[in-house]
Design a protein. Structure first.
Length: 455
């Protein structure tokens, strides 16, 4: 079956998905909003325009064969949150309408649940269908026989759900039985085998060959993609800017540097910390204060200067878990004599960290992020460990990816800190709301399970 036939229905998937989603929110709107005294015709037009506009800006329907379930989940959450704000914004301008938070909440939960189910069912059905039937596969060739090119070929062959069929390597630089031919053989091969996509290793061809290849791809409606050989740089997100007509590639900042993401994360932090402060700390603080005071003299709370966002100092709050001492820049170790009996319990259950929700409310910290280190650790490891200072690009967190992966507590060797930094940097470069929620849930699970290095 040729590529033109295998992919002929792909173009209909996105419009069908949009129509299905609009049908879901429209039907549910007619059912739930019938008592809210709306001009339903005008409102449906507003709701439809709002949904499509939000979807455009959050790229809700830009889902491809290589999109991960986590990315889909992140898009669903963004779409749902912003669309909710769009719905709420309608009511102040239509004074005859009756606002009902409960009705809107039920409508949103049910709408996004049905849309999420349909999205994931369609996503997995298409993947399974593609694997089982071999339909809708795209044929691909690769120019170059570099390590990156070989890895890409192996990816095509091992990940059938991506939907690619690798056909051949082409290269002028190496003589190898795995190479189909040189660049002169490429064009007739692409035409004869109706190849869909050409992947080109940038170090394998000259500028003139590249221009000729791009012209050939344009003339024959073939997709051309590039494999950068400078993996350390190009593994990051790139964006293209134009200085007049001159294109310039630059490394993109992470999602956490986007103003919308920062605003969303800040709102989440405020809401979450208020829930904890009002629902848990309102009765926990007096109880722990009595236990701490009964066992040892000194304040209930311990505050310490820590490096935060952009390495600016802030005061990090904790319940005091140690006897008053002068070695505050020294981490607690196993069987540390400074730790009180009450302190041992609250450190083991991470209750000593609870006052940091005040830091979150004040804006010095986030619920999830790299844990704030001691100043002495910053000085010791700042120039020793690669990417250590990247952790100061974002607000420190009460919990973080490194902590839930077991890299918390005492630093016994450089390897402990290196592993902690790897997870911190991964979190910063790959942030999503789903990741934040997973870390929070895992933190709660770890509190009940108990952690070996929580001392």
């Amino acid at each position: 079956m040729t590529a033109s036939h295998t992919g002929r229905y792909s173009k209909y998937i996105r419009p069908i998905s949009i129509l299905m989603d609009l049908m879901v929110i429209s039907v549910l709107c007619l059912f739930f909003f019938r008592e809210l005294n709306l001009n339903i015709g005008y409102y449906l037009l507003y709701q439809t325009a709002g949904w499509i506009t939000v979807a455009f800006f959050v790229k809700f329907y830009e889902i491809y064969r290589f999109t991960t379930p986590v990315e889909i989940g992140s898009k669903l959450i963004k779409q749902g949150v912003i669309f909710l704000l769009v719905i709420i914004a309608f009511f102040p301008f239509y004074k005859e309408a009756l606002f009902s938070g409960k009705v809107i909440a039920v409508f949103m939960i049910l709408s996004m649940l049905l849309i999420a189910i349909s999205k994931f069912l369609l996503f997995y059905y298409l993947k399974k269908y593609r694997i089982i039937t071999g339909s809708n596969f795209r044929s691909a060739v690769i120019i170059g026989y570099t390590p990156e090119a070989i890895k890409l070929k192996e990816l095509f062959e091992t990940r059938n759900d991506y939907g690619y069929r690798f056909l051949a390597f082409f290269s002028d630089k190496k003589s190898n039985p795995n190479i189909q031919g040189n660049l002169e053989d490429l064009k007739p091969f692409v035409i004869d085998h109706n190849v869909d996509e050409i992947y080109c290793s940038l170090n394998e061809i000259t500028n003139e060959q590249l221009k000729d290849l791009v012209d050939f791809a344009d003339e024959n409606k073939k997709a051309i993609k590039f494999i950068p050989d400078t993996k350390e740089i190009f593994s990051k997100n790139l964006k293209i800017d134009y200085y007049e007509f001159f294109p310039v590639l630059s490394l993109q900042k992470t999602m956490l540097h986007e103003p919308m993401t920062q605003m969303f994360k800040r709102v989440f932090d405020i809401v979450f910390s208020l829930v904890v402060i009002l629902g848990l700390m309102s009765w926990l603080v007096p109880l722990l204060a009595i236990l701490i005071k009964l066992e040892s003299k000194g304040p209930v709370f311990f505050k310490q200067g820590r490096p935060g966002l952009d390495e600016k100092e802030f005061f990090c709050y904790k319940f005091r878990s140690m006897q008053i001492n002068k070695t505050t820049e020294q981490e607690a170790s196993k069987n540390d004599p400074r730790v009180t009996k009450t302190g041992r319990f609250i450190r083991k259950t991470s209750l000593d960290e609870m006052p940091q929700f005040l830091n979150v409310l004040l804006g010095d910290m986030s619920v999830v992020g790299p844990r704030p280190h001691l100043w002495s650790q910053n000085k010791s490891y700042g120039n020793k460990i690669k990417k250590y200072m990247v952790r100061h690009y974002v607000k420190p967190g009460i919990t973080g990816l490194a902590q839930v992966r077991g890299f918390r507590g005492e630093i016994e060797s450089d390897e402990d800190m290196i592993n902690r930094i790897k997870f911190d940097v991964f979190y910063i470069e790959n942030w999503s709301l789903i990741l934040d929620l997973k870390i929070i849930v895992q933190t709660v699970v770890n509190i009940f399970k108990g952690e070996e290095k929580a001392y």
